[in-house]
Ligand binder design. Structure first.
Ligand code: OSB
Ligand code: MG
Length: 354
């Protein structure tokens, strides 16, 4: 029994974004990605997507480093391998240090393949329900287009708008903007833009009306985040800081955040993410699923994750047409009444064409 991997392939893809994605860290105009496909003997194919960027502006891993690790190190470990359950895949890679995004790309492909072999949607296999997933979008536009993009997001029906904030943002005008949309959830994502002396500046965003403030400080600033979480009434949410199960434990122990973002690529795939999810759930930490300007393969895995009980805040789930003229999956991911319906098809539930 179990599943024997027949062949694993990696394809490098590159697509322009419909419009530039601008933050204090980087302007992204096009997105490269790696799509991993894993076949079994029956001719079924599982898909995973590598979420590292072309250069190390957000994480140390890059498309090229992941391609190297996948081709030269990880894929050879899988040749002729038999797995009884997809939970066995991540531990089987423990001899390879770090490189979690490369690992996630291959590990998630095998979870998809297992679900397809079982004839079951992935969301069902991981214990989710088929309740539609709330859609959320990020506004990372140039200054002049900001208000218009928020208006469009609300008009499209998104349940949540995430805005990027930095020391250059004006809390007064943000507060005014947010107050125009009393039924809309707003998250403020700082991507680590603030530092030790800036707690007062950060506190100026406390009255904006954000549901949460995401990652105000650097990845390793546990004490600073804990301080902010104590002083501000807006809950602090950690994104970049949660890169392992140990980080999740540390967030709980230090009370550095009340809410966490789950990113499967950063954590190393499904198995590690499910461990972190269980830990947070047992400590009543609220969670949502984060994106990184991803194509449909990654989005489909993320939708399955968001179907789990207790993941109750709207994640980074925009329509396929938000970033892309054409996504790599069909059908497209579409928003209906602010929600995305889960596919009843086996595995990730979408066809992939790259
Ligand atoms: O902090 O969530 C982030 C994109 C690139 C790197 C980091 C982040 C993001 C986003 C994109 O905010 C959200 C999305 O894909 O919808
Ligand atoms: Mg973030």
């Amino acid at each position: 029994m179990g599943l024997t991997i027949r062949n694993i392939q990696v394809t490098r893809i590159r697509r322009p974004l419909k419009q530039p994605f601008q933050t204090h860290l980087q302007h992204v105009r096009e997105r490269e990605s790696l799509i991993v496909s894993a076949d079994n003997r029956e001719g079924q194919t599982g898909y995973g997507e590598c979420v590292a960027f072309s250069t190390p502006w957000y994480t140390a891993e890059t498309v090229t480093s992941c391609l190297f690790v996948l081709q030269e190190v990880l894929i050879p470990l899988f040749e002729g391998k038999n797995f009884g359950h997809p939970a066995e895949v991540y531990p089987a890679l423990s001899q390879v240090k770090g490189n979690r995004m490369a690992k996630a790309a291959i590990e998630t492909a095998i979870w998809d393949l297992f679900a397809k072999a079982a004839g079951q949607p992935l969301w069902q296999m991981v214990g989710g329900t088929d309740k539609p997933v709330s859609a959320g979008v990020v506004v990372a536009a140039e200054a002049g287009k900001f208000e218009e993009e928020v208006r469009q997001a609300a008009a499209t029906g998104y349940r949540r708008v995430k805005v990027k904030i930095s020391r250059q943002s004006d809390p007064i005008s943000l507060k005014a903007l947010i107050s125009h949309y009393p039924n809309q959830l707003f998250f403020g994502d700082a991507n680590g833009a603030f530092s030790a002396g800036d707690l007062k500046e950060l506190a100026a965003f406390d009255d904006c009306g954000f549901t949460l403030i995401e990652q105000p400080f650097g990845v390793a600033e546990w004490a600073l985040h804990a301080e902010a979480n104590r002083q501000l009434k807006t809950p602090i949410c950690l994104d970049e800081s949660i890169a392992s199960f140990e980080d999740a434990k540390r967030m709980i122990e230090t009370e550095a955040g009340s809410i966490a973002v789950l990113k499967m690529g950063r954590l190393g795939g499904w198995q590690e993410t499910l461990r972190v999810y269980e830990l947070f759930r047992s400590h009543d930490i609220r969670m949502w699923v984060g994106g990184m300007i991803e194509f449909g393969v990654s989005k489909a895995h993320n939708l399955a994750l968001a179907s789990l009980p207790g993941i109750d805040l709207p994640g980074d789930f925009s329509a396929s047409r938000h970033f892309w003229e054409r996504d790599i999956i069909s059908p497209d991911i579409r928003i209906t009444n602010g929600e995305i319906r889960l596919s009843p098809q086996p595995g990730i539930g979408y066809d992939v064409s790259i």
